[in-house]
Design a protein around this ligand. Structure first.
Ligand SMILES: *Cc1c(COP(=O)(O)O)cnc(C)c1O
Length: 351
């Protein structure tokens, strides 16, 4: 399933009451806008933007890493990280359904001459150490040079446990690979696992974290890791066109998000549980829930009508016209808005 199917253009001009397509739709609230308006700015390509510098330094420190790099998107953050880790002719082992493999237009291959070796993703969202070990290439001039393992957490909302994550990472390291974590929803993973941030952050070498999803910032991701690697990623960021100037106006939103919006992620997880319970009780389709996501597979042939019925009430859902629809809870869906969605879904299936 393509998680982006049917995502564009259906929300119309006005703010929908309840937009369940993605947590990327979150908008800056009044507090965040005030922080953005008050941001002291400079030219970040010259290294002179105080907010960007503070964001990079503070998130790196918080996660026990030497350095950080602010980038416009999670895709560029992953890409700059992968390009910093690997040379041409080298290879990244990555989950077949992970964002890096599937939804980033094979950027590492196109721009870096890096091979992507897809691995099966397990039912809990992680990778199997045995498969990792068997896919690492021996030193043979016929073969790519295996260099990096790229993990993802959360994956489809699933928080991969510390044990599973470190099992995969240990296997990779034993074979001489470095480890990258696509932690677009790193703080959702921490909240769902109920673990210490440093416990998860300590496993990979580099982590990419999105500020523009459940954390509510309008744009931006941060890559954290060892200083030499982040310096190389900084050069790639410039080459990729991601060197922004007074980007402190965005970094200020990120700083605000990291200070104020992390705690509330678990409220989104509770709302996802509530939605999943209701859908389950309707007994009309398969329901799976993990952290802030619910995957709902309504009966074949009902997708289009369900989408239209909900849209007329200001409730927006994505998804294709068959299979699972991904419903994502986030800070712009209040308890009241969720109840409107729940009522709408209940009414649709009782008719
Ligand atoms: C959203 C996301 C990204 C990055 O997406 P951008 O839209 O480029 O910010 C990367 N990985 C995962 C798992 C994601 O969900």
């Amino acid at each position: 399933m393509n998680q982006y199917a049917g995502m564009t253009g259906s929300a119309g001009r006005n703010t929908p009451l309840c937009d369940l397509r993605s947590d990327t739709v979150t908008r800056p609230d009044a507090g965040m806008q005030a922080a953005m308006a008050a941001a002291e700015l400079g030219d970040d390509v010259y290294g002179e933007d105080p907010c960007v510098n503070r964001l990079e330094r503070s998130l790196a420190e918080r996660l026990g890493k030497e350095a950080g790099l602010f980038l416009p998107t999670g895709t560029m953050s992953n890409l700059a990280g992968l390009l910093a880790h690997c040379q041409r002719g080298e290879e990244i082992l990555v989950g077949r359904n992970y964002h890096v493999y599937r939804y980033e237009a094979a950027g590492a291959s196109v721009l870096g001459g890096i091979a992507l070796c897809p691995l099966a993703v397990g039912a809990t969202g992680g990778l199997d150490p045995t498969e990792i070990a068997s896919e690492v290439k021996p030193d043979d001039s016929h073969l790519a040079v295996s260099r990096l393992l790229s993990l993802e957490n959360t994956h489809n909302g699933m928080a991969v446990s510390l044990a599973e994550t470190s099992g995969a990472a240990k296997t990779a390291r034993r074979h001489g690979l470095a480890v990258h974590l696509d932690g677009a929803r790193f703080f959702n993973a921490v909240a769902a696992l109920g673990c210490d941030e440093l416990a998860l952050a300590g496993i990979p070498d580099t982590i990419s974290i999105c500020l523009s999803k459940g954390l509510g910032a309008p744009a931006g991701s941060v890559l954290v890791g060892p200083a030499d690697l982040i310096a190389r990623a900084r050069r790639w960021r410039k080459m990729l066109g991601g060197g922004m100037r007074q980007s402190g106006v965005l970094a200020a939103a990120g700083l605000y998000a990291l200070e104020h919006n992390v705690q509330a992620l678990s409220d989104d997880h509770c709302r996802a549980e509530r939605l999943a319970e209701v859908l389950h009780s309707l007994g009309v389709g398969v329901v799976q829930q993990a952290s802030n996501m619910v995957f709902f597979t309504p009966p074949e042939g009902t997708h289009r009508d369900l989408r239209a019925a909900l849209a007329s009430e200001g409730v927006i859902i994505g998804g294709a016209d068959s299979g699972a629809i991904r419903l994502v809870l986030h800070r712009d869906i209040s308890d009241d808005a969720l109840e409107v969605a729940i009522d709408g879904i209940g009414r649709f299936f009782s008719n």
